[in-house]
Design a binder for this molecule. Structure first.
Ligand SMILES: Cc1ncc(COP(=O)(O)O)c(C=O)c1O
Length: 470
């Protein structure tokens, strides 16, 4: 027998053990530290081992306890970055996706998976008010942004045959770093990503955008695309999508919406996202605010012919010979990826199990958590809000400081102390150049009582630092 074969009984035994560990882990989440108590040296010492030449069999699983203990848990009091909470039904689907081991390239390789992914894309587009858009799942917002800008480049300044020329891309000064990476990788030139100033709500200034485009045209440069943020990573600001869409139409520019974080909120607050459906392309991460386990990014686009013009480059061995619109469909003609995981199974099962309205309720709860924290900050004289709260990201800081001391340093020390204390986890942002504490609510496990811990934790950390002379 091939030594890699695992008998049916053994598989069932292992699966029962893993599922019992997973169940115990979920049960512990409400009380677990928001950040594991470990260091670089400790994780190395615990997990470094020689490559096993002979199998450990069942004992291989013994180390999973250590892995779980040294993982940053999706605790209800983890408020850092934009880290979704990993919905359990979707996690089960991920196990089955690996068991099925589909390669979601083309219908003939994965009939059910292709059909489900296309359906999930249609469902989400429709629920967002963008009926008719198509697209695909990918690793995350960075990949989706890269693919979207590749489409924009091919549509406005074709590069696939003759190579890239410099082309101007516009995004707000608050836009995500993945956009600078994308323009660099696409050969457009990082210097040609124009960061347009924002207003006092951290939204791109439409007037400044128009002026920048006019200036570039006058200087002989070639504008190709505008990236509007629908939920900036720092403060959750939503650029004025309608106005930007009108400018793009008038100027013949591609409109990409980076909604990796914020766009799922359009399921409950469509009025904040007016103009979204005018986008030529859009990114949204279902592993962020649609609570899916990593990874589950989504790229949507209006006209699949642009995706095909950009990505279709079929080698003979993979050519699809079928003219049937369902059986002849291939994601690799519309995406960077050829081998692709069955990502759609988790979101499909999760939506079927809970229903869209449950996700809407969870997003509403997160918006409410942000409002709760804002109220709590407003009621605490030692704290101040640093930015308006449009979605579920709240930037604030401790503002009492002895004469001559530096507020940025103090808040940075507070953040380190809060994380060390381990009861809540916050991350940071830079707001008008100031160090901000940042809480972002994208976690279906969070309850109002968890949110209520944030302000006392920050005040306690500040007291400890001041008492200890830092
Ligand atoms: C606005 C925005 N765009 C893009 C990204 C990148 O997404 P990913 O981490 O899935 O690549 C993020 C991540 O936080 C984001 O908030």
């Amino acid at each position: 027998m091939n030594p890699l074969n695992v008998s049916e009984e053994e598989f069932r035994r292992l699966a029962a053990r893993v599922s019992s560990m997973a169940g115990d882990y979920y049960a512990r989440l409400p009380d677990v530290r928001a950040y594991p108590r470990t260091s670089g040296a400790q994780t190395r010492e615990a997990l470094d081992e020689p490559l096993p030449l002979e199998g450990l069999h069942g004992r291989a699983l013994d180390a999973l306890g250590k892995v779980m203990a040294m993982s940053r848990a999706p605790s209800p009091r983890f408020f850092g970055y934009v880290l979704g909470s990993g919905e359990p039904v979707a996690a089960l689907a991920d196990l089955l996706a690996s068991v099925l081991n589909q390669n979601v390239t083309a219908w003939r390789s994965a009939p059910a998976a292709i059909t489900i992914e296309r359906q999930v894309v249609r469902w989400i587009a429709q629920a967002l008010g963008c009926e008719g858009m198509s697209g695909s799942l990918c690793g995350g917002g960075s990949s989706a942004n890269l693919m979207a800008l590749a489409m924009a480049r091919e549509a406005r300044l074709p590069a696939n045959e003759r190579g890239a020329q410099p082309g101007m891309v516009y995004a707000s000064s608050e836009a995500h770093m993945s956009l600078a990476k994308a323009v660099a990788l696409l050969g457009l030139g990082r210097r040609n990503l124009r960061l347009v100033p924002v207003d006092e709500h951290f939204r791109m200034s439409a007037a400044a955008l128009e002026a920048a485009i006019a200036e570039d045209r006058a200087a002989g440069r070639a504008p190709i695309a505008v990236v509007a943020s629908a939920g900036t990573v720092s403060t959750g600001a939503i650029d004025p999508l309608e106005q930007i869409g009108a400018i793009c139409r008038a100027q013949g520019l591609w409109l990409h919406v980076d909604g990796a974080y914020g766009v799922p909120a359009a399921l409950v607050a469509a009025e904040k996202f007016r103009g979204l459906s005018a986008a030529d392309s859009m990114s949204l991460d279902l592993h962020k605010w649609l609570y899916q386990p990593m990874d589950c990014g989504m790229l949507l686009f209006k006209d699949p012919s642009h995706a095909r013009a950009t990505f279709s480059h079929t080698g003979e061995y993979a050519r699809v010979l079928d003219a049937d619109p369902v059986e002849g469909f291939a994601f690799f003609e519309e995406s960077l990826e050829l081998s692709r995981r069955f990502r759609a199974l988790k979101i499909w099962l999760s939506l079927r199990y809970h229903g869209l309205n449950a996700f809407r309720a969870a997003i509403r709860a997160d918006l409410e958590h942000a409002r709760q924290l804002v109220e709590s900050i407003r009621g605490t004289p030692q704290l101040e809000l640093l930015a308006p709260v449009e979605l579920s990201a709240v930037c604030f800081r401790y503002r009492e400081c002895s004469a001559g001391a530096d507020l940025d340093e103090l808040n940075s020390a507070i953040l380190r102390r809060v994380i060390d204390n381990g009861r809540v986890y916050l991350s940071n942002a830079s707001v008008h150049g100031h160090f901000a504490l940042r809480a972002c609510f994208v976690n279906h496990r969070t309850q109002p009582a968890d949110v209520a811990q944030i302000v006392p934790e920050v005040l306690e950390a500040a007291r400890e630092i001041v008492a200890g002379g830092r």
